[in-house]
Design a binder for this molecule. Structure first.
Ligand SMILES: [Zn+2]
Ligand SMILES: [Zn+2]
Length: 287
C-alpha cells in the first residue's frame, strides 16, 4: 500500500516537471517575436506572403486599370493589410481596388505619406466604404484634416518620430522641412523595403534613414522619387548613391520622372521593377 502511494507521488512530480518545462518553452516562444528588440527579429511572420499591389499611379502597368496623377499601394501578407496613400481621386482608387480584387474591408491600417492631394484625395471615398481603420499621418497635418477623418469614426495616429505600425512595418517618422513626409518601411529576411509617396525630403536621405533605423540591407525602394526636374548628371549621382547604399531593387514611379525611370532601368537592369498601376510585387520573388 505504502509503495503504491510513493509510486503515485513520483508520477505526479514527473507530470509537474513536464508541465513547468512546457510552460517555460511557451513563454519564451511568445516573448521572442514581440520584445523591444524585435525590430530586427528574423522571424517569418508571414513575410513570405508579403505582396505589394500598386492601386494608383500615373504610369500604367495593367491597361485595364485607370491611371491618374498620384500614388497608392496595398501591402498584403503581414498581420494587417496596409493601404499606403490613396491617390488623387476616390472614384479611380475604388475602381482600381475592385478590379484588382481588393475590398476596402480588408484594410485595417492607412498610412498617409504627406498632405498633397495626389496622395490624400482618395481618402474620403475609402473611409465612406470602410471607416474601421487606423490612419497614421504626419503630425503636421492640419487639425481640420485629422478631425475630418475622426468624423467618419476612424482612429488617427499622428506620427512625429520613427514608429512601429504593426509587426514588420514601420514609419520613418516625419522628415523634411517645408513639406513634411513619412515613408513606409517593411522588414523582410532579405532586407528592408522602402515605400515613398513623393520623397519630398529627398530620396537618398529617406534610404539613409531606413538603413539607420532597420540596420539591415535595403532590398527594394519603390514609389515616387521626386526626380522629375533633375538633370542627367544629378540623376547619375543619385543612382550611384543608391548603389553605395546597397539598394538591391528599385521601382521608381509616380513623380520620379521618365528620364529617372529610364536611367534607373539602365543601371539596375533586371533589378529594375517597372512600377505602374496594377503591378503586384511578391517579395518572395526578389533575392
Ligand atoms: Zn507631393
Ligand atoms: Zn505626389
Amino acid at each position: 500500500m505504502h509503495q503504491a502511494v510513493e509510486e503515485l507521488k513520483m508520477i505526479l512530480i514527473a507530470y509537474l516537471v513536464v508541465a513547468i518545462i512546457a510552460s517555460m518553452i511557451a513563454a519564451v516562444g511568445s516573448f521572442g517575436g514581440q520584445g523591444p528588440g524585435s525590430v530586427l527579429a528574423k522571424g517569418d511572420c508571414g513575410e513570405n506572403r508579403m505582396e505589394i499591389l500598386v492601386l494608383y499611379d500615373n504610369n500604367a502597368y495593367r491597361r485595364d486599370l485607370k491611371t491618374g496623377w498620384g500614388f497608392s499601394c496595398l501591402v498584403k501578407g503581414l498581420e494587417k493589410d496596409i493601404l499606403f496613400d490613396t491617390g488623387g481621386s476616390g472614384s479611380v482608387l475604388m475602381r482600381n481596388m475592385e478590379k484588382m480584387g481588393v475590398s476596402p474591408e480588408q484594410v485595417d491600417t492607412v498610412v498617409l505619406s504627406h498632405i498633397h492631394g495626389d496622395h490624400t484625395g482618395g481618402l474620403e471615398a475609402f473611409l465612406q466604404a470602410n471607416p474601421r481603420v487606423t490612419v497614421y499621418l504626419p503630425q503636421s497635418f492640419p487639425a481640420n484634416f485629422k478631425q475630418g477623418i475622426k468624423s467618419y469614426g476612424a482612429k488617427v495616429v499622428p506620427v512625429t518620430g520613427p514608429v512601429k505600425i504593426i509587426e514588420k512595418a514601420y514609419s520613418t517618422g516625419e522628415m523634411g522641412v517645408s513639406i513634411r513626409e513619412q515613408s513606409l518601411l517593411l522588414l523582410s529576411k532579405k532586407g528592408t523595403i522602402v515605400i515613398t509617396g513623393c520623397a519630398h525630403p529627398g530620396i537618398v536621405k529617406i534610404i539613409s534613414m531606413a538603413k539607420a533605423l532597420t540596420k539591415q540591407r535595403v532590398l527594394l525602394v519603390m514609389g515616387g522619387f521626386h526626380l522629375g526636374g533633375a538633370a542627367p548628371h544629378e540623376l547619375e549621382a543619385i543612382i550611384s548613391k543608391f548603389k553605395d547604399l546597397g539598394v538591391r531593387y528599385v521601382g521608381p514611379c509616380h513623380c520620379s520622372g521618365d528620364s529617372a525611370r529610364a536611367m534607373f532601368e539602365d543601371a539596375y537592369e533586371d533589378h529594375f521593377i517597372d512600377v505602374g498601376v496594377g503591378r503586384a510585387i511578391k517579395i518572395r520573388e526578389l533575392y
